[in-house]
Design a protein around this ligand. Structure first.
Ligand SMILES: Nc1ncnc2c1ncn2[C@@H]1O[C@H](COP(=O)(O)OP(=O)(O)OP(=O)(O)O)[C@@H](O)[C@H]1O
Length: 343
């Protein structure tokens, strides 16, 4: 196994706006990358280029020192030792679970004891051995997805590409499958790339998250880093909860804003020429005396806590959590503890 490198990769379909633009990243061996972005931003196109189903119009894709794709030529998908798992599972309905999982081995002429052993291992790893003789139609959605995973595991791929594999599952099953993906990743040691537009899924699963918009890479970082230090409005708005305040720019060079600085900026009544975007997370806003006067605009019970929003008398709206219920319209005082300047 080796590092996967994308260097200035682009893709344009005909005269349309480019689907992927000058995209570069390195993913270390055994890494788990989530490719996150809104619908139509080019995630699937990028994945298909990595798999070899699409030819880039520019740039290069490498696995270790092996050139897989550039605008001149591509190594065909079957010679990349990569496996792709789709949203639709793509299982053969007339084959049993074991036959589905063993199919890629059969195609490569692997039979007998080795075939049997690899199928059993793959089924065991996704806890489906007792279902080996069933047909896909007799399985739940989550079980079908696990068959698709086992079928990819059986090939011992260097890279596993997953295109929104949980999109068709309900919330409970998604959580269960997230666990399956994590242990699959640990067990296989494969490099994984996981396409999703669900930021929560990306954050819990991946070792690295790449945020895309309009074909471009906006930021790639580990989940905790991306959450704490997002770059730009788009990433700030996409990752985690919070509101973005447009504050008068006082030339402060650092990106961490304390509550005092935010309060001062909010209190300014002159028309500032320049503004900065400052992200304020709900956990950094507290109901506390002597803070900023506000009026509650919404409150939602989330089980462990309430999630609320309030409009400050200074104009902006902020989000916060609280332990007890509040009424819409209720007056209260809020202390903002911290903010992060997005650019
Ligand atoms: N084969 C194709 N021919 C022409 N245009 C295409 C083709 N495939 C994708 N596109 C265009 O490229 C852009 C990116 O599409 P892509 O499917 O990669 O986005 P995505 O981020 O995966 O979206 P989604 O989350 O909705 O699946 C879109 O504007 C899409 O219409």
């Amino acid at each position: 196994m080796a590092k996967l490198s994308l260097d200035g990769v682009s893709k344009q379909f005909g005269d349309a706006r480019p689907a992927v633009v000058d995209f570069s990243l390195d993913l270390g061996e055994g890494g788990f990358l989530a490719l996150l972005g809104p619908s139509g931003c080019g995630k699937t196109t990028l994945l298909r280029m990595i798999a070899g189903f699409e030819t880039p119009t520019g740039g290069q894709i490498r696995l270790g020192d092996r050139l897989l794709s550039d605008a001149v030529g591509v190594v065909p998908p079957e010679r990349r030792n990569m496996a792709m798992v789709f949203q639709s599972y793509a299982l053969w309905p007339h084959m049993s679970v074991a036959q589905n999982v063993g199919y890629p081995l059969k195609v490569r002429g692997i039979s007998g004891e080795e075939h049997r052993r690899r199928v059993v291992d793959a089924l065991q790893s996704v806890h489906l051995l007792p279902y080996a003789e069933r047909r896909p139609a007799d399985l739940s959605g989550g079980q079908r997805q696990r068959v698709a995973l086992a079928r990819c595991l059986v090939m011992q791929p260097d890279v596993v590409l997953l295109d929104e594999p949980l999109a068709n599952l309900d919330r409970h099953l998604r959580q269960e499958m997230e666990e399956t993906f994590r242990s699959f990743h640990q067990r296989s040691g494969a490099t994984m790339i996981y396409v999703t537009h669900d930021q929560a899924e990306a954050m819990v699963l991946a070792t690295d998250v790449a945020v895309m918009s309009q074909g471009r890479l906006l930021q790639m970082a580990q989940p905790a880093e991306l959450y704490a230090r997002p770059n730009g409005r788009l990433v700030g708005g996409l990752i985690g909860q919070g509101v973005i305040l447009a504050l008068a720019d006082d030339g402060y060079p650092a990106r961490d804003y304390d509550g005092e600085r935010i309060g001062r900026a909010l209190a300014r009544t002159d028309d500032a020429v320049c503004h900065v975007d400052v992200l304020v997370r709900p956990q950094d806003v507290e109901v506390a005396g002597g803070g900023l006067d506000a009026r509650v605009t919404s409150i939602v019970f989330e089980g462990e806590r309430y999630s609320a929003r309030a409009r400050l008398d200074a104009g902006a709206e902020v989000a916060f959590y609280c332990r007890t219920s509040l009424s819409v319209g209720e007056r209260l005082s809020l202390a903002i503890r911290h903010g992060w300047r997005l650019s």
